[in-house]
Design a protein around this ligand. Sequence first.
Ligand SMILES: [Zn+2]
Length: 230
Amino acid sequence: MCYTVHNFRAEARSLSAVESIVCPCVFQYASIVVTLRQINRMILPIVPYGDPVLKRKAVDIDAGYEGLNELIENMYETMYQAHGVGLAAPQVGLSIRLFVVDGAPFAEDEDDAEDLKDFKMVFINPEIIEETGDAWGFVEGCLSIPNIREEVVREEEILIRYLDENFNPHEEKFSGYRARIIQHEYDHVEGILFTDRISPLRRRMLRGKLNDITRGKTDVGYRMRYPVKA
Ligand SMILES: [Zn+2]
C-alpha cells in the first residue's frame, strides 16, 4: 500500500464514515479507488462504584471470544473520551480478564513520565507473577470512581504474564508509572478497586461521596451506566 493511500486511509478513519475515496497516487498510472468499511466505534457506558461486577474476579477468554477486536477498539475509544490512561473490561460491565492502556496523555502532562509515551498495550488473561522493589505512594483516580483521588501504595516493579491482542504470549517486567497503571487495571480484573487499598478510616470518610457515585449524583464528563445493576 502506497503512502498516499495510507494518508487517505488515516483521513477516512478520522472522518469515520467514509465508504470510498479516490487516491491520486503518484506511483500508480491511474487513480485507484480505496474502499473502506464504515467504522462504527462506540463509546461504552462506564460502570460506577457500587456495581457488583467491579467486585467480581473476572474470567479468562479464548481467541474465539465474539467481537473481541471491536470490543478492544470501543474500549480505547471510551477510555480516550473519558481522559483515562487505562480501562478494564469489568468497567464496561464485562467480567473478563482484559484491559487496555495508553499512557501517552499522561506523558504529555507530567515532566517525569517520558516512558509512558509509547505505552499503548492490550492485556488479555494477565497474571502478575511477582511484585518487587520499594513500595511508593501515588495519587490514583479511576473512571468508575469519578472525582475521588487517593494515594495508593504499591511496589515499583512487576513481572506479568499475558496475551496480546493477537493472543501471543508474553512474560515481561514493568516498573514505575508503567507498572502502576498495569497494577491498577490488573486489580480491576481481580475484583479490587483502589478504594480497597486505602485505610479503613479514609474509606469511611469517603463513604458519602462513594454513595453519591453509586446513585448517579456525581458530575461526570462521560457516559456512565445507571442505575447500578444488582
Ligand atoms: Zn480504575
